[in-house]
Design a protein around this ligand. Structure first.
Ligand code: PGA
Length: 264
């Protein structure tokens, strides 16, 4: 596990975009796992910037988003389809046939749909690089606390905390979704490389538990300790409850010196 500490969300966005860009340049047909949420806005802004400068080509990239709210059509302004279009896909050259986002409008036979989403990931050769945010309750994707560490893509009921966090994005009186389709923790752990981003004080407890706490289904992101190639990129506020910050800084210095590839 590599922990990269940065000052603020601007630096987080730039650093994450740099790592993603370098993965795409190394493997132009990259299978890229994508995430939504406020933390990701800066990452997509920087990726779009690199594309517009002509230095980043997504034409052969395949994408798989982590999750989507159940009941929201793609055109709904709060859907993750909409978020991805506005922040990323409308501005870059990912082939629309290569974009995969769970369908929030399916009714019934959820298992069959989720199995087909997993099959599409396998058909693409598995996810090379998965981008993740983290919830205040430690969720990754919509894997709420007590999600099985081996879980696969499925229908998931959202926790009260997540619904409260999301309600601010919905109009007053508009009910925020109670369920989502999400990749499972087991699905996420199969990605070859994982990049988790966190900013802000509200995430600091979840970040500390994920990196330094025991592996537990009570904190879904703690399952990432089982993965061989995870990089956390976190800002000062989100890192404030980590007890080993000094060690992470030293590891980063040595990584830059000995294996700079991991940081470019
Ligand atoms: P946020 O969401 O980036 O909007 O904080 C992260 C998450 O809940 O996964």
């Amino acid at each position: 596990m590599l922990v990269i500490l940065r000052r603020d969300d601007e630096e987080i966005g730039r650093q994450a975009a740099q790592l993603i860009a370098s993965a795409v340049r190394k493997k132009p047909a990259l299978a890229l796992g994508l995430a939504t949420g406020g933390t990701m806005v800066g990452v997509y802004k920087h990726l779009v910037g690199l594309h517009k400068q002509g230095s980043l080509d997504f034409s052969r990239v395949t994408t798989f988003n982590l999750d989507e709210y159940l009941g929201l059509p793609a055109a709904h302004p709060r859907s993750f389809h909409h978020f991805m279009r506005e922040n990323f896909f409308a501005h870059v050259n990912v082939d629309s046939r290569n974009i995969h986002i769970p369908d929030g409008t399916i009714h019934g036979n959820y298992d069959q749909y989720c199995t087909s989403y997993e099959a599409a990931i396998r058909k693409a050769g598995g996810i090379d690089l998965q981008l993740l945010g983290i919830g205040r309750n430690g969720h990754i994707g919509f894997n709420e606390p007590t999600s099985s560490i081996g879980s696969r893509t499925r229908l998931k009921v959202l926790s009260r905390e997540t619904m409260d966090d999301n309600s601010k994005f919905f109009a007053p009186g508009e009910e925020s979704p109670r369920c989502a389709i999400t990749m499972g923790i087991g699905t996420i752990l199969e990605a070859r490389k994982i990049l988790l981003l966190a900013t802000g004080e509200a995430k600091s407890a979840a970040v500390a538990k994920s990196i330094e706490g025991p592996i537990t289904s009570a904190v879904s992101a703690s399952a990432l300790q089982l993965h061989a190639d995870v990089t956390f990129i976190i800002d000062d506020a989100a890192a404030s409850q980590l007890s080993q910050r000094d060690y992470y800084h030293r590891v980063l210095e040595m990584t830059a010196l000995l294996t700079p590839d991991r940081l470019s």
